[in-house]
Ligand binder design. Sequence first.
Ligand SMILES: Cc1cc2nc3c(=O)[nH]c(=O)nc-3n(C[C@H](O)[C@H](O)[C@H](O)COP(=O)(O)O)c2cc1C
Length: 400
Amino acid sequence: MKQAIQIKKDIYWVGVHDFQLRQFHGALFPIKEGASYNAYLIVDDEITLIDTVEAEFTPILLERIRSVIGDRKIDHIIVQHGEPDHSSGFLEVKRHYPDAKAYCSNAGVTSMMQQYFQDHGYQKVKSHDTLCTGRYTLSFIEMPMIHWPDNMMTYVKEAQVLFSNDAFGQHIVSYQLLDDAHACSYLLSQAKDYFANIVMPYGKQVENKLKEIAALNLKITHIAPSHGIIWHRYIKELLNAYMEFATYQSKDKAVIVYESVWHHTQAMAEALAEGLGRSGIDVKIYQYSKTDRSIIMKELLDAKAVLVGSGCYNNLMAAEIAGFLEQLKAFKFQKKKGLGFGSYGWFKMIPAQINTRLQEAGIALFGEAQSICYTPSEQDLATLEQLGEALAAEIKAMPQ
Ligand SMILES: Cc1cc2nc3c(=O)[nH]c(=O)nc-3n(C[C@H](O)[C@H](O)[C@H](O)COP(=O)(O)O)c2cc1C
């Protein structure tokens, strides 16, 4: 029988581990170790459930709930986010606890109605509204577009716990729920991975929300997200790291992403990497089709430069590169610079098209795109290495 895990007096984790999951949110976010869907139970005079789980795992959620409250009823269900990984179990939970009142943000009600079509008399809550359950007072903090319009957090003043929903999540699947069981560097790396792949387009919203939370001066001993471990010992480090992510703090780092059939564009990529690397730039180089997208997104987050290469195939750039450039548009990068490059046979315009797409994604150009006909010569490669050196100097001159 599945049991709840106590986090603090009267507060329990009743979530699930999905050990088998390898693609989080479809192909958007390849992952290695599965994911958790965290739901939490606050046992007070009245009982509150914070979020549910993916529908298929609802029996586990219910089992963990019963392990704490037996036949007592749930009084309140806080739906912090209408995305199915947190809300698709709601209907089944409501079937078991029909008298429980459900609470959502304004946008959350719309999201629940548009997805599940059933009116459960959702109570709309907004930032700073409160719900008293006896000894505990829950207050709500809306966080629109981190990362859907409806997301909100819930703060429990007397327990000093912030239930942060998708903010501060990570894909660590562990029964050791508190962060102090893990190395801080690993935790922050996983949080960065999650941020880069789910939250990155919404850096401005995160920056503003972090400032808003800081101004509220909340006493917080635990931050309990809806995925991964619970932050306790490393809250300060987490908040500092999140501010760095949200404001796209960058390093002297370049990410080179390319596609290449006959290795000519690959040779160009490697020559550019050689020049950058020997000039002190941290260079990451990836063939897009051979790399998990999530790795590229994570490395991109704190890079100053992104160089994108493709051979020309039937007058087009490689479909993977076209897709990658399309994704870049979502991120609204302000401070990065980029350059297109690639090999061709008889139509030399693909690198120039890459440059145009980079600009459309808000990425300033280092200069003219680099095209080479078929196999790059020794001289071509030496010239590209020199270009890498020149780009390194420009990267170092860019603000962090
Ligand atoms: C399926 C295929 C289609 C191609 N179509 C074009 C084309 O339309 N225009 C062109 O200039 N070169 C074309 N080429 C030639 C390549 O662009 C050329 O071989 C280039 O060096 C490939 O770079 P890569 O080794 O990085 O893949 C094509 C090559 C392949 C394999």
